[in-house]
Design a protein around this ligand. Sequence first.
Ligand code: PHE
Length: 339
Amino acid sequence: MSDGELESLIARARELGEVAGGRIAAAADLPALENERVAWLGKKGEMAGLMRRLGSLTPDQRPQAGQVINEVKEAISGRIDRRRAEFEKAERSRRLVGEKLDITLPGRPHPRGRLHPLTQAVRDIVGILRDIGFDEVRGPDLEDEFHNFEALNIPADHPARDMQDTFYLAGGGLLRTHTSPVQIRAMKGRKPPLAVVAPGRVYRCDADQTHSPMFTQVEGFMVAEDIRMSDLKGVLELLLQRFFGKDRPYRMRPSFFPFTEPSAEFDILWEKDDGSTSWLEVLGSGMIHPAVLEAVGYDPQKYTGFAFGLGVERFAMLRSGVDNIHAFYENDQRFLRQF
Ligand code: PHE
């Protein structure tokens, strides 16, 4: 075999190396570069073709030509790697620019929910009473005549039992007309001394600007030896001052409830938008009637107690200046967002 074949093979290898260098430099993107890699270094590529030609050389010529071909292959492969690194770097900086965060843009607001004004009022009232030692309990909305009326000393002919005030149910039950039945349930399960607060919904056949067929009350009561009317007044004064602020005028006036004796109602001064004022009744109260203590098995000679039941909607209306009770139940977002 002539030296001519060796020389021509080596020359061809170097020449192809040059051409490859130019093509790699000209590749416009990563896919084009990959095409070049296949064309030069692939199994069916140019360099593989040269390797096949080694067979036509003598055994002592082959290493020499093989070495040159390998050098050219390595050079091509190095060029491709560098070019790929260039593309990747350019791609990275392009993405960095494209994905840049403008931290001066205003954030997206996430609207937050809030408690309904009645829930807020219940929590505030119950919280004030818990702070001074009252236990919170709950009773059922669905009641019976015994707990809602009889045990509370409300006789069968009392007008409160009238169908016009009370929602009676087909099975004989009724929707509680006040939270006072919780007094009976709580006292039966405990022994004095006790102080209990019981929030809940109550129901009456009644509807106008300040009445709704379903509304919310908080019942509170305390039974021990030697509880007096002054304890009632002290607790309620503290409750009103903490809820409405110290300067809100209130008055206490005599009243009547079958389950308390004596009884008193509390009014809060309502300052209307037109500047006029009037007193709005917010709660009923009194010293627990001996007949009620007897109904739950307490000795009325030994124990005395006071009780009160307040209207949460009235509390919330007077605190916020809302003058229509129905606004609390209509779920109008414009109304609710104000609280
Ligand atoms: N239960 C009475 C009502 O709903 C309020 C009240 C409760 C009065 C406790 C006295 C004592 O009007």
